[in-house]
Design a protein around this ligand. Structure first.
Ligand code: EPZ
Length: 420
């Protein structure tokens, strides 16, 4: 089981190239199943989760050709099966998103229910309610969702009780080939929803309002080929900027989109960072100063992203002053706290939604263990800002969501090694 060894202390100073967004690439790969001709997706990050989704397409009989620039050309016309097995769905929840496209394009699908994960039960009830509202016959049997639709799905007005990112994406995909107009109300406004809508539009879908809380999809008869370049990863961008802040250094993130990061950049400025931005780059410079503690509260976009909460808590752990970190989206997203406290941090949890952080001047290296994707990178940030050599275990969690971790960190001046 791979481990990451980090020698803390050096200020990060350098440039990091941001990869394509995992949480945009995953639904977009599922959306290719809606087309009746090849779809090319570029700027995919080379991550375990992406490989799993490509494996899922392969398992359905869909031919995937990877070109020399690592773009993938998906041939949905070669589809042979509509059953997505538990073995794959259990390892990567987003593979559940093939259900709607298979149902909408082929009239039936059998997809394993995704389990929960470390951060919470992660139900998909709103996905299924929305598909049923469009006329799907849904049966849950033996851990599998068996769905069929006698004719085309029917457009419907769907009010989502909770803002759900993949729920919004799932129903937008299914509605694209439905007969009639679908209106999604209380829809997620995340940029990844907008990126998916742009890809679907390129395939011939008629979608209005993506990025707002009301999305209207006029179903069409067929969807065809397109070339789509996945948007840059705003979470990865935020993660490396925060690592720069925690080490009192300077980090320039390029091939990214700073306009998607307003909530995070505002908090980093409050922490004392000098932030400059361009069209496709953003630079953070602490000018050698220690960060000031800043309280944050997660919320759906455009609020402070829950996927950046753990990383920002690590910054607050070495910042000057006390702060409150409030998690409003998931039930169990503070597992990094016990690990960071082993490094000398002073974090106290109030229930499962509030962490009170009293910043310390320096953390101390200690053996720690990653528990989930974003928590694992908060341990990297803590290790970079600690005295001594930290070894982080179970970093397979990180490999799911961060491409070329050691290379990118080393490029910023970090002393990092992957251990077997
Ligand atoms: C997406 O997960 C992201 N994953 C998550 O990123 C991210 O943390 C999350 O959105 C919130 O921004 C992908 O895009 C692949 P939700 P998703 O449905 O869609 C409740 C990462 O680190 N809910 O927006 O699964 C749910 O329990 C991952 O990259 C229902 O109750 O999250 C949660 O409390 C982690 N019923 C809230 O909604 C449903 O049917 C938001 O979840 C669906 C969701």
């Amino acid at each position: 089981m791979d481990r990451l060894q980090i020698d803390g202390g050096p200020r990060l100073d350098g440039t990091v190239r941001i990869s394509g967004a995992k949480n945009s690439a995953l639904p977009i790969l599922a959306a290719t199943l809606l087309a009746d001709s090849p779809v090319t997706i570029a700027n995919l990050p080379h991550l375990h989760d992406i490989t799993t989704m490509i494996e899922m397409l392969g398992c359905l009989g869909v031919e995937v050709v990877i070109d020399e620039k690592l773009a993938v050309e998906v041939h949905p016309e070669t589809l042979l099966d509509v059953v997505a097995p538990y073995e794959l769905v259990k390892t990567m929840r987003a593979s559940f998103l093939v259900l709607g496209p298979l149902l909408s394009r082929h009239g039936r699908a059998e997809v394993s229910l995704p389990g929960g994960c470390a951060i919470g039960p992660r139900p998909v009830d709103l996905h299924l309610k929305g598909l049923a509202a469009m006329g799907a016959e849904i049966e849950v049997d033996g851990g599998y969702v068996k769905a069929r639709s006698p004719g085309r799905l029917k457009g419907a007005r769907i009010l989502l009780d909770v803002v759900t990112v993949t729920g919004t994406e799932h129903l937008m995909m299914a509605a694209a080939l439905a007969d009639g107009v679908t209106v999604l109300e209380n829809a997620a406004r995340e940029p990844e929803v907008v990126d998916l809508a742009e890809c679907l539009t390129g395939m011939g879908a008629v979608i209005r309002g993506a990025g707002t809380d009301t999305i209207t999809i006029e179903g069409v008869e067929r969807l065809g080929s397109t070339y789509h370049r996945v948007m840059p990863d705003r979470i990865e961008t935020a993660t490396y900027l925060i690592a720069g802040a925690a080490t009192r250094g300077r980090v320039r993130a390029v091939a990214t989109k700073p306009s998607l990061l307003d909530a995070v950049l505002t908090k980093l400025r409050e922490a004392g960072a000098v932030i400059t931005t361009g069209e496709d780059w953003v630079e953070l410079d602490m000018e050698g100063r220690r960060a000031k503690a800043v309280s944050v509260r997660t919320a759906p976009y455009p609020g402070f992203p829950t996927d950046v909460q753990a990383q920002f808590l690590a910054l607050n752990a070495v910042a000057e002053g006390s702060s409150r970190v409030t998690e409003t989206i998931f039930e169990n997203r503070f597992m990094h706290v016990q690990e960071i406290n082993r490094m000398g941090a002073k974090v106290v949890l109030e229930g499962n939604s509030v962490a009170i952080v009293e910043g310390v001047e320096r953390l101390k290296a200690a053996p720690v263990m990653a528990t989930d994707l974003r928590a694992s990178f908060s341990l990297v940030i803590a290790a970079l800002a600690a005295e001594g050599q930290t070894v982080i275990d179970r970093i397979y969690h990180m490999d799911r969501g961060y491409e070329c971790i050691e290379e990118k960190l080393a490029g910023l001046g970090a002393q990092v090694r992957r251990l077997p």
